[in-house]
Design a protein around this ligand. Structure first.
Ligand SMILES: C[S@@+](CC[C@H](N)C(=O)[O-])C[C@H]1O[C@@H](n2cnc3c(N)ncnc32)[C@H](O)[C@@H]1O
Length: 250
């Protein structure tokens, strides 16, 4: 059983994004705004539920498929504080690329998840998504990018202060191929300037390129909602690489 890269990181994950507010990626507003009003939604890899809660406010229901026990626990803890959403959000252990829920949804989305999916698994993942979309249903994802595979010496990429503690996240990456990197993420805690805690996560990071992604989506019967779907696939490292597709109406 591979180690869960999110086993101890959910608190840091939310803290760094909360510090960035509306600019934080994946964008809560982007995925929430795509929710067809009153739709049944399926989220793959909801993590701590940043986007789940916003989608649940617009959707009839949200089913979440999350492979990390820790992320699921944090999402359930957040839901505990939102009794108004209890009858709308279902949190299931589950893992893409292949899943079978025996029902269809009007909206399927995955935010910040593709980096965990090897490109070779895309056809299976997209076929599973298509099988779970109603005719006319929408699917949104991000992380479809043109940037080279990550390769960089360690540098601090995030930082936040809570009380007397300062938390930093330093990332280092080694490219193993054109679309694959080994990532080393080091979380450090400083108390009044002194280093008091160090936690390290190592994992793989996959790159997904626009043209082959759109081809795999088309093979699954999913086509861009607007134009050729490449409009947002820029070389800008800040570009979240969003792709929005639809299943044919009949
Ligand atoms: C970077 S986090 C993004 C969380 C959330 N979607 C957000 O935007 O804040 C990636 C999440 O996807 C989950 N994940 C990664 N691969 C997955 C898979 N194959 N099936 C289900 N969940 C997966 C991870 O456990 C983690 O919770």
């Amino acid at each position: 059983m591979p180690t869960d890269p999110y086993a101890f990181t959910p608190g840091y994950y939310d803290l760094f994004r909360a510090k960035d507010g509306d600019r934080a990626l994946p964008s809560v507003a982007f995925f929430a705004d795509l929710t067809p009003p009153g739709a049944a939604a399926l989220e793959i890899g909801p993590g701590t539920g940043r986007i789940t809660l916003a989608v649940a406010e617009r959707a009839a229901s949200v089913v979440c498929l999350e492979r990390s026990t820790t992320m699921r626990a944090v999402l359930v803890a957040k839901l505990a504080e939102r009794p108004d959403l209890w009858d709308r959000v279902t949190v299931l252990p589950g893992s893409a690329p292949s899943f079978e829920l025996g029902r269809a949804f009007g909206y399927v989305y995955l935010a910040g998840v593709l980096e965990h999916v090897p490109p070779a698994d895309r056809p299976v993942l997209f076929a599973a998504i298509a099988a779970h979309l109603e005719p006319g249903g929408v699917c949104a994802m991000d992380m479809v990018m043109r940037q080279p595979a990550l390769d960089m010496p360690e540098r601090v990429v995030d930082e936040a202060v809570l009380g007397e503690c300062r938390y930093t996240l330093a990332a280092a990456a080694r490219a193993l191929g054109p679309d694959l990197s080994e990532l080393r993420m080091t979380y450090r805690t400083y108390h009044q300037g002194e280093l008091v805690g160090t936690e390290v996560v190592e994992r793989r990071h996959n790159m997904h390129r626009p043209e082959p992604v759109l081809k795999d989506l088309a093979d699954a019967g999913l086509h861009p909602v607007e134009g050729d779907g490449l409009a947002q696939a820029s070389h800008d490292p800040a570009d979240p690489g969003a792709v929005v597709v639809r299943k044919a109406a009949s």
